[in-house]
Ligand binder design. Structure first.
Ligand SMILES: C=C(OP(=O)(O)O)C(=O)O
Length: 567
């Protein structure tokens, strides 16, 4: 049995599929027969093309034709006549197919990556992908394709990136295990959004678990059971049934208003990462979107999305939410979110570095493209702009000034937008918490990003399990910060929401009700459960518990008291 971070609830029983990069090393040799060697190369090309065509077909259904078309370039490079002649020439002169393919594609890779034109430079990545694909076929190595997994697969990976999950077939994935990441890492957020049980931060799991191993993933408790016996299987099957029944019982909260036990309304909205997630959120009965992580649009692209591309994505969400609020966070790049084509310098301490609003304000022309797209989308719904990683008033003022410039430009273009679009800030740094009173005077709303706020307050990385005992929302320092932010926002009469994962923590919800949180933004699958927990607490009960909790001195005491009070 392995223990890890319980990142996404539920029980998954299935067979391991270890998604590691295959070892594509080979020993160059002189083939006995050049004709046979050319045939191996031809077979590898045919197999690669067939696999890529199948992938294009699947992606067309899941992510649309445009995104799927990108894969077409892979077929072009696999079948390119110039490259083919080069490979076959090398085979004729005595090279094995692996070496001939490797050298030919390396030549093209170097040629593309040294070109002036950015578009051509980007082709270099396609060339490298095709080389690896052909080598994998020649060496008979399996590349795990997450879109074609057999039923009841448990994906075992070092980490789960947004691009890996772009075409994941969630119906066939029974569980996820990764070597890195905590409850608020992006692997965890993705797993919860897909409602796949997940256990993260299990060291060396890609080495210790083998393809085909039978596994149980207990995402609720953070356990992985290897080689389960009949007794284990019966036990976990019963737990899985119970989990499904509990989920079914939550259906009673569908279509209901979100109110506390004594009838006070709060807003219950969803966190999303792409426009299609808005459909999922609506299916889970959200009351709007409290956080659209726009950086996922940028991370899934090969170059900066244009104004029209961004507008189309934001407009889609605005239309889907039919007038309900849609808070879109501007590009939150940096830290753990890398966007290779932005070519950001490597930094000693990326979480403290040139990221999020700092990067955006440092690249105002690029930022204006996003702000303009957001303004245009505001003509189609209640779109609000949210700024990440704010630490001082100047940043909010500069964003406001850029938004005003974009408005003038849109007026000149005769394009419609909401003239009084709201601009708010994430509160996710201790600095923002300490100046929450001043920020409240300059912002239309707050949304507390507890994922980062906990990390920055406690100086503890959310993905580092060795400091996991510090990375706790129940730490008194964090709770005092939350109380202060909510109080200052409420004093200024602006909406105060929370889009960090803590908003869906059933133990913390009474404390948040007592502090006066007005909006809970949670992952789509957490919506009904959060509505139920909110309905279980009256303000007076929440206040009584919170008064006791705020008198405690340690996170352990706080958690124990909240657990003993849980309904
Ligand atoms: C919601 C947050 O942002 P991220 O996308 O970094 O988790 C947060 O920090 O709470």
């Amino acid at each position: 049995m392995y223990e890890g971070v319980n990142a996404s609830d539920g029980i998954g029983i299935g067979v391991a599929r270890v998604a590691v990069e295959p070892d594509l090393s080979f020993t160059p040799h002189v083939p006995a027969d050049a004709g046979d060697e050319k045939q191996r190369y031809a077979d590898a090309r045919a197999k690669f093309t067939e696999q890529t065509n199948a992938q294009i077909e699947r992606m067309t259904k899941t992510v649309g034709e445009e995104a799927a078309a990108i894969m077409g370039a892979h077929i072009e490079f696999a079948e390119d006549e110039g490259i083919r002649e080069m490979v076959e020439g090398s085979i004729d002169s005595g090279m094995c197919a692996e070496q001939a393919v490797s050298e030919a594609y390396d030549t093209y890779y170097n040629m593309f990556s040294n070109m002036e034109d950015e578009l051509f430079r980007e082709r270099a990545a396609d060339v490298a992908d095709v080389k690896n694909g052909l080598l994998a076929d020649l060496l008979d190595k399996e590349v795990v394709d997450l879109s074609t997994l057999p039923e009841n697969s448990i994906v075992v990976a070092r980490e789960l990136t947004p691009s890996m999950t772009a075409d994941i077939d969630k119906d066939n994935v029974a569980g996820i295990i990764t070597e890195t990441g905590g409850r608020t890492s992006h692997s965890a957020i993705i797993a919860r959004a897909l409602e796949i049980p997940a256990v993260l931060s299990v060291a060396d799991v890609t080495k210790n678990i083998k393809n085909g191993d039978l596994l149980v993933v207990d995402g609720t408790n953070g356990n992985i059971i290897t080689s389960p016996n009949d007794h284990d299987l019966a036990h976990y099957r019963a737990k899985a049934r119970q989990f499904a029944q509990d989920k079914e019982a939550l259906e009673a909260y569908r279509g209901k208003q979100t109110v506390t036990g004594d009838g006070d309304s709060v807003l219950l909205v969803a966190n999303i990462g792409n426009p299609d997630d808005a459909n999922v959120a609506a299916e889970h009965d959200c009351e709007g979107v409290g956080l659209f992580r726009s950086e996922f649009l940028f991370m899934d692209a090969k170059e900066l999305p244009t104004e029209d591309e961004q507008f189309a994505a934001y407009q889609k969400v605005a239309l889907r939410m039919k007038g309900q609020p849609v808070i879109i966070r501007t590009l939150d790049v940096g830290g753990d979110k890398e966007i290779p084509y932005l070519n950001l310098q490597k930094e000693e301490n990326p979480f403290m570095g040139y990221r999020a609003v700092r990067y955006c304000l440092g690249n105002p022309e690029q930022y204006k493209v996003q702000l303009t797209a957001l303004l245009r989308a505001s003509a189609f719904g209640d779109v609000k702009i949210m700024v990440p990683l704010v630490t001082n008033i100047d940043e909010i003022r500069q964003v406001r000034s850029l938004v005003e410039t974009c408005k003038v430009e849109l007026d000149a273009r005769g394009v419609a937008y909401n003239k009084s679009i709201q601009i708010g800030t994430m509160i996710e740094t201790p600095a923002a918490s300490l100046i929450a009173d001043d920020l409240a005077a300059e912002c239309d709303f707050f949304s507390i990003g507890t994922n980062d706020l906990i990390g920055y307050t406690m100086c503890a990385d959310r993905g580092n399990s060795r400091v996991g005992y510090l990375y706790e929302v129940y730490q008194p320092a964090v709770l005092r910060s939350l109380r202060r932010i909510i109080e200052e926002g409420n004093k200024a009469n602006i909406m105060v929401g929370m889009c960090g994962e803590a908003a869906a923590d059933p133990l913390l919800i009474p404390v948040l009700i007592s502090f006066g949180l007005g909006e809970f933004s949670v992952s789509a699958p957490s919506i009904l459960r959060t509505r139920r927990v909110i309905s279980e607490w009256t303000k007076a009960e929440a206040d009584a518990l919170t008064e006791k909790v705020m008198g405690l001195k340690t996170s352990t005491e706080v958690k124990a008291m909240l657990q003993s009070a849980a309904r």
